[in-house]
Design a protein around this ligand. Sequence first.
Ligand SMILES: C[S@@+](CC[C@H](N)C(=O)[O-])C[C@H]1O[C@@H](n2cnc3c(N)ncnc32)[C@H](O)[C@@H]1O
Length: 147
Amino acid sequence: MRKYTPITGELHDYIVRQRSGANDPVLDALRAETMKFGDVSEMAISQQQCDFLTFLVAAIGARHAAEVGTFTGSSSISIARGLPRGGRLVCFDRDDKWTSVAARYWKQAGVDEKIELRLGDASRLLRAFKPEAPLDFVFIDGKQGWV
Ligand SMILES: C[S@@+](CC[C@H](N)C(=O)[O-])C[C@H]1O[C@@H](n2cnc3c(N)ncnc32)[C@H](O)[C@@H]1O
C-alpha cells in the first residue's frame, strides 16, 4: 500500500501557491526581474528554498552568517530576514552585474543594513576573511559557471 502522495507538477504548483509567506511582493518582483536575464535566472533558489532559509536561520537563532554566491539576491534576502536586528550577513560574489540587482532589493526588503557585500573571487577573499564573530550559518551556493 502506498503511504505517500506523489508530487505532480500540478500539486507542486498548488503547494507553492498555498504555502505561508506565498504573498511576497519583494521576492516576486526580484524573481520577475531576474527572469529577464534568461536561462541564467535558474541559478536563483526557489521560493520554497527562500522560505526554508528564513525559517532555518531564525530557528537556530543565527546572528552571524555568510553566503558564497549571491547572484541577484534571493538567498541573501531570505537569510537576512531570519537574522535578528543587529545580525550580520557577509555576501561573497564576483559579479557586479548580478549583485547590483541584489543591492537594490536588499533595500526594498529592508535588510540592507544587515548585509555586507564582498565583491571578487571568493576563493581568494575567503582566505583573508576574518568574521567579526564566529559564524552561526553559512550558505555556499557559488558555481564556476552556469550550465
Ligand atoms: C547559483 S548562483 C547563486 C544564486 C543565489 N544564491 C540566489 O539565491 O539567487 C552562483 C553565484 O556564484 C557566483 N560565483 C561563482 N563562482 C564564484 C567565485 N569563484 N567567487 C565569487 N562568486 C562566484 C556567481 O557570480 C553567481 O552569482
